[in-house]
Design a protein around this ligand. Sequence first.
Ligand SMILES: NC(=O)c1ccc[n+]([C@@H]2O[C@H](COP(=O)([O-])OP(=O)(O)OC[C@H]3O[C@@H](n4cnc5c(N)ncnc54)[C@H](OP(=O)(O)O)[C@@H]3O)[C@@H](O)[C@H]2O)c1
Length: 334
Amino acid sequence: MQSRYFTLTDYPEGVPSREIFKLESQELPDLAHGEVRIKNRWLSVDPYMRGRMSGVRTYVPPFELGQPMDGGAIGEVIESNDEKLKVGDRVSHMGGWRDVAQVSGESVFKLPDHDVPEQAYLGVLGMPGMTAWTGLNQIAECRAGDNVLVSAASGAVGSLVVQLAKAKGCHVVGIAGSAHKLAWLESIGVEPVTYKERTAKELGDAIALASPEGIDVYFENVGGTCLEAALDHLNEGARIAVCGMITSYNERQEGVGPGNLFQIVARRARMQGFIVADHWSNYGYFLNDVAPQVAKGTFDYQETVEEGLERTPDAFLALFEGGNTGKMLVKLND
Ligand SMILES: NC(=O)c1ccc[n+]([C@@H]2O[C@H](COP(=O)([O-])OP(=O)(O)OC[C@H]3O[C@@H](n4cnc5c(N)ncnc54)[C@H](OP(=O)(O)O)[C@@H]3O)[C@@H](O)[C@H]2O)c1
């Protein structure tokens, strides 16, 4: 059986070009003991993958040039040499950026029986959802009544953060980059604020209007002017959960930090970065909490879907242009 997969031909500087992604194919070897073969139906593309294209190790190893890329995927077992998995099982695993994956059975997660679409395990019930839940509850220690600000608020992580915070009884302001996204935020009771064409001062003024009682929790996905604007409106004892800083992922050089970082001292604030993988032992608690609510329709789960393996790089690149509302996914055709 053939597997078609993407490789990288070069480590990009700045915004990656479509040309560095090469679609290749290979004949899969016979299944070894403990391995499974999976026909992928959904692939995940995520901002962290840009860091893996830099050729240096960050908190995950880089993609190797000329080698199959990988990432989150959902598929169906079509052949199994692992007694715990049978043909037809639906699984989540890391053999993405390809149509057919052959991986160790130990490394896959059999999807539980919640009444949700299977691709939810790449988004609201997968890594991004777990990131939202961990960052808001454990890192920011968000409490009922907090004034919460979220950047990239309509993305995979941000869209669950704002809804979890609303469910706690918080006043929530969401920063996003297009009229469609702002309208969606408003429709779920979040105060929408755009960052487009605004200086940090102008964005800060808009945040102050939307959150007149200041900010107790800032969930940071973006960095740059969003961070600078948020710092000036922190309340005393504010908590900032630093999840990501997508503004810097395509920068050729390290940027200069915000000039008003001293606000962390003045407001006795706490700013803490986190990586969701370090909290994965809590994934079961997260699923128990959030999956029934997703199944009930409590959360408005958004996704943006590109069709066909060939479109995977396009889906990935669109993340840096705001091309997605909710989770960006690639759906593979039969
Ligand atoms: N720490 C962790 O363990 C962890 C885990 C998962 C994700 N993350 C981080 O969480 C953040 C969100 O990830 P996600 O998967 O949910 O992605 P996402 O928000 O679904 O997609 C990225 C969004 O970021 C916004 N964006 C892109 N470039 C921007 C720029 N230059 N300035 C401002 N906004 C920009 C765009 O929305 P607009 O149209 O609104 O601009 C885009 O839709 C990322 O920083 C990611 O690296 C961290």
